[in-house]
Design a protein around this ligand. Structure first.
Ligand code: SF4
Length: 361
């Protein structure tokens, strides 16, 4: 097996080139693409429409799968958390979140993360490495197969959010390539309209993202209404201040399609950024930029040692939301999911939780 030729991360045209290079006809590339992405097979052996000798050859020179699932946890609320390792032993985490009408997969774009958001456990790992396009796509295939069965239909359709470990805009090329591969109608067929990419505020990439022809939705993690506080909570703010971030958001607004909005995420930290005054400051900040097609997701912080923050009380969360709404800002509270298995926002840090329900695959 050659992990460097991870065919799950090859676009159709790259697979065609690969087939030509090894002296195989073009249609073999199509068969491999369908096997990997439509039938969601993660081994060449299972692609029985390919001749046995060809499957053996593929096994020697390439790889269908390079991630291994080390553990899998199931929360009381049905959320599943997958702890995986890359072939060179770096951790990757992916979370499946079921809801009544749709299912969401939260995937990682990096192993660890170089940004040092003070309220996030992943930050403690630092950046281990960028994930390849193949590793991004394979996370989705692994989760879909686990939940629905290999190659089986996904009854509710699946939404994807790039909100796991890592800053997606610092791995822009691999992320956009993975998105393109997943959108193929002869493959997973998860179109960009069902994907949301969340950034901590890599400003130049917001402009670049706005120009993508097939663009997913955007979420920007804000989490503070002024630079002084944001510098402390999200040090990326020292590089790009709130003013630059909101200018980029304003520009991004122009790229929105009919009926589309974009999101600011605001992690509520008890006593730190959740007071009435913060809510008023946040509303007047957003109103001053006349951002009309935006909503705010309020995310009650998920406690995770050794972080010292604690969640806001539910009364304060509701109150914060009411203040925003009274000033004309749409706000929603994101219900925490999978807290008990360290699967919730800001809790992903390759943490093994042996005392919890762990189902080894
Ligand atoms: S919140 Fe996101 S961007 Fe910030 S450190 Fe955690 S994973 Fe990285």
């Amino acid at each position: 097996m050659n992990e460097n030729l991870h065919l799950t991360g090859f676009s159709k045209s790259e697979l065609a080139e690969f087939a030509a290079q090894i002296g195989e006809p073009k249609y073999r590339a199509k068969q491999i693409f369908r096997g990997l992405h439509s039938r969601r097979l993660l081994s060449f052996e299972e692609m029985t429409d390919l001749p046995k000798t060809f499957r053996e050859k593929l096994n020697e020179i390439a790889a269908a799968s390079t991630l291994r699932v080390e553990s899998r946890y199931v929360s009381e609320d049905g959320t599943r958390r997958f702890l995986m390792k890359t072939h060179d032993n770096f951790p990757v985490e992916t979370v499946f979140i079921p809801t009544e009408n749709r299912d969401t997969i939260c995937f990682s774009s990096q192993s660890g993360c170089p940004l040092k958001c003070d309220f996030c456990l992943t930050a403690k790992l630092g950046l281990l490495r960028n994930l390849t396009a193949g590793e991004i796509v394979e996370q989705i295939i692994i989760v879909l197969n686990d939940v629905y069965g290999v190659g089986e239909e996904t009854p509710h359709g699946t939404n994807l959010v790039a909100m796991g470990a890592g800053e997606p805009f610092l791995n822009f090329e691999n992320l956009t390539k993975a998105i393109e591969i997943m959108a193929d109608e002869e493959g997973l067929f998860i179109v960009p309209n069902r994907i949301t990419v969340s950034t901590a505020g890599i400003v130049p990439k917001i402009y670049e993202f706005a120009k993508l022809e097939k663009r997913p939705h955007l979420a920007i993690s804000l989490s503070a209404p002024n630079d002084e506080l944001r510098d402390k909570l999200m040090p990326i703010n020292k590089r790009w201040k709130i003013e630059e971030l909101l200018k980029a958001a304003k520009e991004f607004e122009k790229s929105l399609r009919r009926g589309e909005r974009f999101t600011f995420e605001y992690v509520l930290l008890g006593g730190v950024n959740d007071t009435d005054e913060h809510a008023r400051e946040l509303a007047s900040l957003l109103n001053s930029y006349e951002l009309n097609r935006v909503k705010i997701n309020l995310i009650p912080h998920n406690s995770a040692e050794p972080l010292e923050y604690h969640p806001s009380s539910w009364e304060q969360v509701e109150h914060f939301k009411e203040i925003l709404e009274s000033k004309g800002v749409s706000a929603y509270v994101r219900r925490p999911r999978g807290r008990d298995i360290y699967a919730a926002c800001g809790q992903l840090a390759a943490k093994d939780t042996p005392n919890l329900v762990q189902i080894l695959i």
